[in-house]
Design a protein around this ligand. Structure first.
Ligand SMILES: CC(=O)SCCNC(=O)CCNC(=O)[C@H](O)C(C)(C)COP(=O)(O)OP(=O)(O)OC[C@H]1O[C@@H](n2cnc3c(N)ncnc32)[C@H](O)[C@@H]1OP(=O)(O)O
Ligand SMILES: O=C([O-])CC(=O)C(=O)O
Length: 388
């Protein structure tokens, strides 16, 4: 459904800074609702997906609109496995990366490069976009891990056919797999990927949709989204939360640290949300998992520190933790390198971004809003030789 606004009408539409609360399009992918409906992907409650599903199931659901049957699930897993190997140009790119580069910057350039050499880059059909989405889901964990391990002079690891996507991700990033602790960690990582997969018109998804609305290619849209996700007000917050927890150091220091931060009017990362003003349902799920993992690892330090910060933020600021807060606790326990937290978010959110690119192009209209002009009144041009 579209309506057309004339110039005069545009001036009468109430302006909302940051587009807060403004409906900017229709979508059948995700329902963000603070009421009884909660958060749903394609109609399925996030709690059910996290408790009973896998990330592969969730990615399939987002991309194809339905949960896979047994055969579709097996085919999807097989297609992900078949697409793992990085193309030779990506391998060559690994040699050029400065060791100090942030992995999100590497990923932005790396995904752009994968687009440049993708055999279907210019095919914008729905089927080609689905195939490209699967390639991106398969190649991104390998790309992140290869970059990280190379810049740390660690031996290269490759995905294993007997492991799920989350198990592989944990293995590639930390070398962990096989024992009971690694299995428990991989399950929590899997849950975090399910929770990270999609959240309607968040900033990075909106960036992807704006880009897709020009009918450019899927990799270009994903590249825009990665640049947008990196910022600390959005996906970059998970890395910032870990930095904060490490700086706080212990539960004994938490209250003083957070009160000082608030007194100095600093933002406490992992709290607040543009839409979810009464709390983030995903946070409750990952908090429970982080607590459980802390007990299993016999390391309650990060969870106990986080709970104190959470209590004070709710009491003093009425701000609730968002998904990034307790996810950082879980990732700290898994020993995932901090600078890879936002790239891990990318591994998951790719599914949501690609679903949105496909949906946008299925019903495309160029996204091009208006600006309310606030610059100088009309003035006369003065040639350079007559200027002071
Ligand atoms: C997966 C995700 O992307 S979830 C979001 C991850 N981002 C973060 O965790 C970063 C920290 N949080 C924030 O910066 C914000 O809460 C945002 C950007 C997420 C949402 O912000 P907005 O809806 O624009 O709220 P806004 O920035 O206007 O803040 C409203 C008030 O709450 C305060 N506030 C909001 N978040 C925080 C915070 N984390 N710490 C301290 N104060 C905060 C602001 O200072 C402001 O106070 P004021 O009115 O006295 O100036
Ligand atoms: O919805 C938002 O603005 C941010 C968020 O929680 C997400 O992208 O998962």
């Amino acid at each position: 459904m579209t309506t057309q606004a004339t110039d005069d009408e545009t001036r009468t539409i109430p302006y909302r800074p940051g587009l807060e609360g403004v409906p900017a399009g229709e979508s059948a992918i995700c329902q963000v609702d603070e009421g009884d409906l909660g958060l749903r992907y394609r109609g399925y409650a996030i709690g059910d997906l996290a408790e009973q599903g896998t990330f592969e199931d969730t990615a399939y659901l987002l991309l194809y609109g339905e949960l896979p049957g047994k055969k579709e699930a097996a085919d999807f897993a097989e297609r992900l496995r078949a697409e793992w190997p990085l193309p030779p140009s990506a391998e060559a790119f690994l040699d050029l990366i400065p060791p100090a580069a942030h992995p999100m910057d590497v990923l932005r350039t790396g995904i752009s490069l994968l687009g440049m050499v993708d055999r279907e880059v210019e095919d914008g059909s729905r089927q080609a976009n689905l195939r490209k989405a699967i390639r991106l889901l398969a190649q991104t964990p390998e790309l992140i891990a290869a970059v990280y391990r190379r810049t740390r002079a660690l031996p290269r690891l490759h995905p294993r056919a007997d492991l799920s996507l989350a198990e592989n991700l944990l293995y590639l990033l930390t070398g962990r797999q096989g024992d009971a602790q690694a299995k428990a960690m991989a399950r929590v990582l899997d849950i975090s990927l399910i929770l990270y997969a999609e959240h309607e018109f968040n900033a990075s998804t909106f960036a992807a949709r704006v880009t897709a609305s020009t009918l450019t290619d899927l990799h270009a849209s994903v590249t825009s989204a990665i640049g947008t996700l990196k910022g600390p007000l959005h996906g970059g917050a998970n890395e910032a939360v870990a930095a904060m927890l490490l700086d706080v150091g212990s539960p004994a220091r938490a209250e003083r640290w957070v009160r000082t931060a608030l007194a100095e009017k600093r933002r406490v990362m992992g709290f607040g949300h543009r839409v979810l003003k009464k709390g983030d349902p995903r946070s409750l799920i990952i908090q429970r998992e982080a607590e459980r993992l802390g007990r299993l690892c016999e390391n309650q330090r990060w969870y106990d520190t986080a709970v104190i910060i959470d209590r004070i933020m709710q009491k003093e600021k009425h701000l609730y933790p968002n998904l990034d807060f307790y996810t950082a606790v879980a990732y700290l326990l898994m020993d995932i390198p901090r600078e890879l937290y936002t790239p891990v978010f990318v591994c998951s959110r790719l599914s949501g971004w690609c679903a949105h690119v496909i949906e946008q192009q299925d019903h495309n209209r160029l996204i091009r809003p208006r600006a309310l002009y606030t610059g100088p009144a009309p003035r006369t041009y003065v040639p350079l030789d007559r200027r002071g």
